[in-house]
Structure formats: C-alpha cells, structure tokens
Design a binder for this molecule. Structure first.
Ligand code: PLP
Length: 370
C-alpha cells in the first residue's frame, strides 16, 4: 500500500463490534480471570488498548517495528536520553527544539551527561562534534524555527562510524513527507501535538523504533516506571489525526510553498526560510529526502524586533499563538517565546500555514505587512 492508503487503513475494524472507527477504552485497570490470571492488559500506565492501536498504526506508517506514545514530545525525547548509559556523550543540533536544549543543560548535564551542540546543517560540523564515546546523534530536520536541513544519509553514516545511534525529530516533516527509518535512522521522534494530532486539541509525543531491540525495551521500562505515558484519550485523538495526515500535509505544503515564494519577492522582507525555495542552502538535500517541503516557514522583516512583533499583532487570519500543525494558521515571534537565551533572530516571524485558502492567507499577510 502507498502512504495515504496505509494511513487510512492503519487501524482495522474493531474486532468486538465491527465498528469502523476505533473504540476508546478509558479504563485505568483490567480484571484478572476466575483463576486470578491476567489477560493482555493490566494497568493503564503499563499499556492500554487504545494506546496500543495508535502505536501499531504509527509504527506501520513510519516503517518502524514498534512505537511508544508519551505524554508530550518533550517526555518522548527525554525518555530516550534517560535510557542512555550514565555519562553518555550526545550530539545535538545547534538549533535543536529549545525545550531539549533546556532539558540537556539544566537537567541532564548536571546528572553527568555530556552534550555537544553542532551546526549540523553545515558540512563537516557533525563529524567534528562526534567523539569515540558518542552514544547518540540527535537530528532535527527541518529545524525549528530556522528550517535548516540536515542530510540524513550523512548523519547516519557519521554516527555509525563510532557505533552511535541516531534519533530524528520528524515533527515538522511527518512520515507523509520524510521517512528517516528508511534512511537508516534508529529512532523517530514526534510531537504528536503538532501535525499528527493536526487540530490543536491533543498534547502528546511518540517514538518509533526501527528495531524492537534492547534499547526499545529500556525506553519502555523508563516509560512504565518513570511515568511519562500519554492518556488513552490522547492516543485516540492522535490516531484520528494520523489517518488524514497525508491529505493535510499535501495542502499544508502547497500553501506554505506558495506563501514562501510570494514573501521572497516582497519589499520589507529581508529573508525567507523555506527548504522548498531554490535559494535555501538545504534545498538540494531536502529535495532528495523529502517528498514535499512542509507547512512551516519563517521570515525576517526589516525594522527589527519591534517591527516583527507589530506584524504579528496585525494579522486577522493568522492567529498569534505558539505551536503548529493545526488546521488554522498561526504566526509567532519565536524570540519572545524562547526568552533571553534564544538564538533566534529577533526580527524573525514563524508561520504555521494552515488549511485555509492560500489566497486569503496571502491577503492577510499583505495587509499586516502594509
Ligand atoms: C513542539 C515540539 C516538540 C515538543 O513537543 P511537546 O508536545 O510540546 O512537548 C519537539 N520537537 C519539535 C520540533 C516541536 O515542534
């Protein structure tokens, strides 16, 4: 089956009722039988039927062996780091999602982990950061909010050369546009809060494992006992979103591409960051490893921080809110959101391009910029 078919049919009929839509089981606990023997399920934190449906569907569409759902994208990523041996050396992208930078520097470094932040979109930077004792190379492509592109093939080769594992945060691209496991990545990370949920009403994260190996077992052990598991309701909503992912990503990508091209020619706009533009430094790599370029873009305006914030308050359709991947378009001044330690240019605005008519979105931006 091709991707869209696989996504729609990633969950079958409910065997108990032949319901076409999957059931939701909110029960936190499951009874033993008359011989006091447990069935498949025991307690909600360990595993539960609705979550298991979502995990099986996600593993299928990512081309992985197993998936694990978490309470948030942060919880999913941190569970991987917590499952590495104490004192591990990890390479993170210089512009990694800012929450992971905080998790690394404020929590895991004091616990003995060692991190190197590398500009992984630049040739040679990753190879220079990798050490013989590197255990994990963390990839984020396209990155947030600069839309930088990391070459997945090169990153996998560099990690393998020292026996390190690779993790790819695929939140921006989703399996509809980019399939890191097929390029040799070991673990794929999603904030299901974003495109997989797709409607700005579910908070969660997930990991997809290329192999159901000892490291997968260790992460499962961490989730069970450190407790960062999602809820059955989260899993049910994420599963609902997953089934229409291909169709939504196609429209998100088409509209974002059109807006990026239009913004590039506009006076008052000093830079546009979108991997689909031929002038983007990662365009050739993105073209090789993505089937379309996604619904996220950012741009910089002349006039600095005040001008950028002003534009963010003048749109009528683009909602001034954080997050991304929903049906509605969002505009955000990342520098304000990330705080004083932010490495994002202060004149930058990030757009999550929704499913509205792209002509209306263009007119909205035109009015706000004017
Ligand atoms: C939002 C986001 C996360 C974190 O997900 P939460 O569900 O907010 O914890 C991780 N990576 C990327 C790229 C994100 O956009």
């Amino acid at each position: 089956m091709r991707f869209d078919t696989l996504a729609v049919h990633s969950v079958g009929l409910d065997p108990a009722t032949r319901a076409v839509a999957p059931p939701i089981h909110l029960s936190t606990t499951f009874a033993r039988d008359e011989d006091y023997v447990l069935g498949e399920w025991h307690y909600v934190r360990e595993a539960n039927p609705t979550q298991a449906l979502f995990e099986a569907a996600l593993a299928k569409v990512e081309g992985g062996s197993a998936a694990l759902a978490f309470a948030s994208g942060m919880a999913a990523g941190v569970a991987v780091l917590q499952s590495l041996p104490p004192g591990s050396h990890v390479v993170l992208p210089e512009d990694v999602y800012y929450g992971y930078r905080i998790a690394a520097t404020d929590f895991l470094a004091p616990w003995g982990f060692r991190f190197t932040f590398a500009a992984m979109d630049e040739p040679g930077a990753l190879a220079a950061a990798i050490r013989p004792d590197t255990r994990l190379v963390w990839i984020e492509t396209p990155s947030n909010p600069m839309l930088k592109i990391v070459d997945l093939d090169q990153a996998v080769a560099a990690a393998r050369a020292v026996g390190a594992s690779t993790l790819a945060d695929d939140t921006f691209a989703t399996p509809a546009l980019q399939r890191p496991i097929e390029r040799g990545v070991d673990i794929v990370l999603h904030a299901t809060t974003k495109y997989i949920g797709g409607h700005s009403d579910v908070h969660g994260g997930a990991l997809v494992f290329a192999r159901e190996d000892a490291f997968h077992a260790r992460v499962l052990h961490a989730r069970k006992h450190l407790g960062a598991v999602g809820s059955p309701f989260h899993a049910w909503l994420a599963l609902r979103g997953l089934r229409s992912l291909g169709c939504r990503m196609e429209r998100h990508s088409r509209s974002a591409h059109a807006l990026a091209a239009w913004l590039s020619g506009r006076p008052g706009v000093s830079a546009v960051h979108y991997p689909g533009l031929p002038g983007h430094p990662g365009h050739a790599v993105a073209k090789r490893q993505m089937s379309a370029f996604g619904g996220m873009l950012s741009f910089q305006v002349e006039g600095g921080l005040e001008r950028a914030k002003d534009v963010a308050t003048r749109t009528r359709l683009f909602v001034p809110a954080t997050s991304l991947g929903g049906v509605e378009s969002l505009i955000e001044h990342r520098f304000t959101v990330e705080g004083p330690s932010s490495k994002t240019p202060p004149d930058l605005l990030r757009l999550s391009v929704g499913l509205e008519d792209p002509e209306d979105l263009k007119e909205d931006l035109e009015r706000a910029l004017a």
